[in-house]
Design a protein around this ligand. Structure first.
Ligand code: C5P
Length: 216
């Protein structure tokens, strides 16, 4: 996946009005937007369809899908039918659950991102001990796209070494959670950034300063 300016906006706002107000200002800088539970639970899955159509962007849906294979497949089918280009799926549920999402994606010409390790402090308790195993599982399954934390660069580097240089790795945790944009891009292909942009007094200024900071 190509990502303009290497920045994926985490659109964790709670209404389409807020989403449009933000995107009217900053959509020229972006071509990939991540939509998760906050906006979809507030406004319905149509939010995915609407944002994609109105802003002509790729949508990564962050539903951190983590159910049995049959249920995962239904979630993936409905999400892709709504217009999502890609879906973030938890790896800890095991290969059969992940494979059901991959199968749905392949049938519809869409993509799956495998979540290895989350970026928040609590991820160290249960997820961290298995996150490298999840990355290995993804490689064995032939998965191309991964999510890994910008808040622990040593771990991100390790994930990159497992998945290889040709896999596509996106990384949340930049800004508000403490991750550094430029350092993260030593290992990741694109950054996922939410609050540092949508809570900034001037989102355009915030985005421009992040883009300036990552230009090599
Ligand atoms: O606001 P902030 O920039 O911290 O947003 C990060 C986004 O990435 C949120 O939507 C969060 O749910 C998501 N995320 C994360 N860590 C992961 C996977 C997704 O922070 N491992």
């Amino acid at each position: 996946m190509e990502v303009k300016n290497k920045i994926i906006l985490a659109l964790d706002v709670l209404s389409m009005d807020q989403a449009r107000e933000l995107l009217d200002e900053i959509s020229d800088y972006l071509d990939t937007i991540k939509i998760g539970y906050p906006l979809v639970l507030a406004e319905g899955l149509e939010a995915v369809t609407q944002v994609k159509e109105e802003y002509q962007c790729k949508i990564i849906t962050d539903f951190k899908v983590a159910d049995i294979p049959a249920t995962n497949q239904k979630i993936a089918n409905v999400t892709f039918q709504a217009g999502a280009d890609a879906l973030i799926v938890h790896g800890f549920v095991g290969p059969d659950s992940v494979a059901s999402c991959v199968e749905s994606a392949e049938k519809q010409g869409k993509e799956v991102f495998l979540l290895t390790e989350m970026s928040h402090p609590g991820a160290s308790q249960f997820l961290q001990p298995v996150s490298m195993d999840i990355a290995h599982m993804g490689v064995e399954m032939g998965i191309q796209n991964y999510v890994g934390p910008s808040t622990r660069l040593d771990r991100l580097e390790k994930i990159r070494s497992i998945i290889g240089k040709d896999s596509f790795l996106i990384s949340p945790g930049v800004g508000t959670q403490g991750g550094d944009p430029k350092d993260t891009l030593k290992f990741a292909d694109a950054l996922i950034i939410g609050r540092s942009i949508y809570l900034a007094p001037d989102p355009v200024e915030s985005l421009e300063s992040i883009i300036d900071s990552i230009e090599f």
